[in-house]
Design a protein around this ligand. Structure first.
Ligand code: PEP
Length: 256
């Protein structure tokens, strides 16, 4: 039985003051009717504030469990890498998850599968739990090559990653044409890809790993479509961008 997992990717939104207010507001209204796993992924500059306020709020309300994730990290441990953040730095802050290979990083910052593979290995080494994003651009979908492309990313990103790490991995299937566009994949299309990802994991590892793997869908998830997406058999949660920085929308998605 896979516990659904909903994570909010705040992207480059909410400075640390706004982040504190967000956590205050969500704590005040918090309900988790579906008993799911929840994480928020603020920008680096808001991580410490979010972790401290969450610690405080969760001590007051033991029913509230919200974990924290980073949106990126570098694979090296320390040194002359101006502007980068190491896995050890995230771990020391109390961060649990890290988004790796988001399409905005792949497209805008030219991250390759080779780099993403190094980041994944570094995350596992430091006991961070990566949320690996994969998914195709519109042109590839229109050419009918969406599965080939997305499963190709998966295979390259997981190169030489041992089976023992799979328990700590989440995959987010995020078709690029659905991110921040308001255009959502149909639940059937999203499920078809998530199922193909599971089958690929079964081939690369084994069926047990595949059956235990949490696969999120991401791409314009909002309160109005969350329930339908989440009811699909191979979709185990969502990576939510835009709607995750609105307290009411994020809570409505959690309580789909
Ligand atoms: C994302 O950033 O991972 C995402 C899915 O964004 P949005 O929900 O805004 O499409």
């Amino acid at each position: 039985m896979r516990t659904p997992f909903i994570a909010g990717n705040w992207k480059m939104n909410l400075n640390h003051n706004e982040a504190i207010k967000f956590i205050d507001d969500i704590s005040y209204k918090f309900e988790n009717k579906n008993n799911i796993r929840i994480a928020v992924c603020p920008p680096f500059t808001s991580l410490r504030s979010v972790i401290l306020v969450l610690e405080d709020e969760m001590a007051k309300n033991p029913n509230m469990i919200i974990k924290t994730g980073a949106q990126n990290m570098y694979f090296e441990e320390k040194g002359a890498f101006t502007g980068e953040i190491s896995p050890e730095m995230l771990k020391a802050l109390g961060v649990e998850y890290v988004i790796i290979g988001h399409s905005e990083r792949r497209e805008l910052f030219e991250e390759t599968d080779e780099l993403i593979n190094k980041k994944l290995k570094a995350a596992f080494k430091h006991e961070l739990k990566p949320i690996l994003c994969i998914g195709e651009p519109l042109k590839i979908r229109e050419e009918g090559k969406a599965q080939e492309y997305t499963l190709g990313q998966l295979e390259k990103d997981l190169n030489d990653i041992p089976e023992s790490e799979l328990n700590n991995l989440t995959i987010a299937y995020e078709p690029i044409w659905a991110i921040g566009t308001g255009r959502t994949a149909t639940p059937q299309d999203a499920n078809e890809m998530c199922k193909a990802i599971r089958q690929k994991i079964s081939k690369l590892y084994n069926d047990k790993c595949a059956q235990n793997l949490i696969i999120q869908y991401g791409g314009s998830v909002k309160p109005s479509n969350a329930k339908e997406l989440m009811s699909m058999p191979d979709i185990d949660g969502a990576l939510v961008g835009g709607a995750s920085i609105n307290v009411d929308d994020f809570l409505a998605i959690i309580n789909y």
